[in-house]
Design a binder for this molecule. Structure first.
Ligand code: ASP
Ligand code: MG
Length: 422
């Protein structure tokens, strides 16, 4: 007798999947974890299969990194001086525990509310990454264990920010990487949507702590949000937005402190319709920018080697210009754990290296920024009126920026918000 063909996952699936991600401040203590558990239970009871991705509790990741640096300093003072920077493999072993604590506690809290739940580490749920420790990229997601547990009626809790390299090593995805875990899982599971919970109710036209006039943005397209994230906005990690864009995952940014089920504001991040132009505008700031200038050597080897070192240290190249043998780089160090060693290496590698630190980048992101020279002119004028002197101005299709003194960033953001967003 022939057995019937096994039904595929999509044929047997009756409940839509929602992926919810909770950031560090939403799970900062056991009481807050309890409110998260309440929201998860309510979502499950509303008829969804729920996958929850958690960050480490509160400032746990920072605290663990500080411990690592303390351990490093201790060894450097006694006898043979050790490395200045802790080995990145061990950093991954260390910081990945933060999310593990949060996932287990949340699973316990959900089970205490009468629902079945199970927690998984990143490697257990098939998040495969490259081997770049501390800043790994997801290559593939094989969420079979999650699918099996959902089919069994479980709520699945996943430790964000981590995966396993193809060499079977534990890796982490770069600071803020739990967002990426959530969106990548939503894509792999074909979830109906991905909800990102934090302590703010969505995305604003500027950081409200710096710009009191900043307003809430109810809707945004992927490209605008990706530029915002890359220019320093702390809303959603840039790679997460890139995953969302590629897979077309609808992302809702919400506050976990709003009442469950109550009327609340949110930002929907979605694809633009045909012929639709990006409408949202926002001002962003990056507080840790470095301007590097040096001379390329005759063999053209210094620049590629420098870029390699910069990427390894977790710095991001915001802008690169080479004219003859003169190289100019604008770098963001805001995601770099510590780049003192790299700084010294660049000094040896690059001829006539001049580094300027203590700089910031202020950007206007959104539609219309590449309409002729006018946006840049207005940017310079607005900064001038606020007595902020730009070291360098940059413009691209969706973004105009200025490198300024970090101490003048707040004034710069206010001036550009008044000029471009209003
Ligand atoms: N806990 C990690 C961090 O603080 C990852 C995250 O929060 O998304 O960067
Ligand atoms: Mg965190």
């Amino acid at each position: 007798m022939l057995l019937p063909e096994p039904k595929s996952e999509s044929e047997t699936r009756t409940r839509p999947i929602v992926v919810q991600k909770y950031g560090g401040s939403s799970v900062a203590d056991v009481e807050k974890l309890g409110s998260v558990a309440d929201r998860v239970v309510a979502t499950r009871r509303a008829g969804y299969d729920v996958v929850v991705v958690v960050s480490a509790m509160g400032k746990t990741t920072d605290a663990l990194l500080e411990l690592a640096h303390q351990a490093c300093r201790a060894s450097a003072s006694g006898g043979t001086p050790g490395a200045i920077e802790p080995p990145r493999r061990e950093l991954d072993m260390l910081v990945s525990t933060g999310e593990r604590v949060a996932m287990a506690l949340l699973s316990i809290a959900i089970q205490a509310r009468g629902l079945s739940a199970i927690s998984f580490t990143g490697s257990q749920c098939g998040i495969i990454t490259n081997d770049r420790h501390f800043d790994a990229r997801i290559i593939e997601v094989r969420p079979h264990r999650i699918e099996d547990e959902l089919a069994r009626g479980m709520v699945v809790i996943v430790a964000g920010y981590q995966g396993m390299s193809y060499k079977r090593e534990i890796t982490t995805l770069g600071r803020g990487g739990s967002d990426t875990t959530a969106v990548a899982l939503a894509a792999a599971l074909q979830a109906e949507r991905c909800e990102i919970y934090s302590d703010v109710d969505g995305v604003y036209s500027a950081d409200p702590r710096a710009v009191p006039d900043a307003h809430h943005l109810p809707e945004l397209d992927y490209a605008t949000l990706q530029h915002m994230a890359e220019s320093g906005a702390k809303v959603l990690c840039a790679q997460a937005v890139e995953w969302a864009r590629r897979a077309g995952v609808a992302v809702y940014a919400r506050s976990s402190f709003d009442p469950v089920g109550g009327p609340a504001r949110e930002t929907l991040v979605r694809k633009l319709g045909p012929g639709e132009e990006p409408r949202a505008r926002a001002v962003t700031a990056d507080r840790a920018v470095v301007l590097a200038r040096f001379r390329e050597d005759a063999g053209g080897r210094a620049l590629p080697a420098a870029i390699e070192k910069i990427a390894r240290a977790g710095l991001r190249v915001v802008h690169l210009r080479q004219a003859g043998d003169a190289v100019e780089l604008v770098l963001s160090a805001s995601a770099a754990p510590d780049w003192s060693e790299t700084r010294a290496e660049l000094g040896k590698l690059c001829r006539e290296l001049a580094l300027e630190e203590g700089l910031g980048l202020v950007s206007v992101v959104g539609g219309g920024m590449a309409d002729g020279p006018e946006p840049l002119r207005r940017l310079r004028r607005a900064l001038g009126h606020a007595a902020v002197e730009p070291r360098l101005c940059l413009a691209s299709a969706l973004c105009a920026s200025a490198v300024v003194d970090a101490a003048r960033l707040v004034e710069a953001q206010r001036a550009l918000h008044a000029e471009f967003v209003g």
